[in-house]
Design a protein. Sequence first.
Length: 102
Amino acid sequence: MPKTRCAPPSASEELDAEELAVLLKALAHPARIRLLQHLAGHGTCYFGSLSDVVELAPSTTSQHVKVLKDAGLVLGSAEEQRVCYCVNPDRLALLKRMVEAL
């Protein structure tokens, strides 16, 4: 059997482990994964619809949305008296690149 050599990552391949941990921690719950997946597929969504997606109480859904927002994966903007949410495409792209670099 041939021996495999493991080369250390080059400087351009090095991960920001702390940043990746923040992003992955934000996704460490099935409800948050479903919320992010829903928003990625639908573009934008009002908060009430998000509660329907995860089938959780609005207060619980709000806590999950806050975790995603704090990690920068989701953006929210006030429209009249409702908040519209969407995926932050730059942050999601960063997450994908970082996971691929593992």
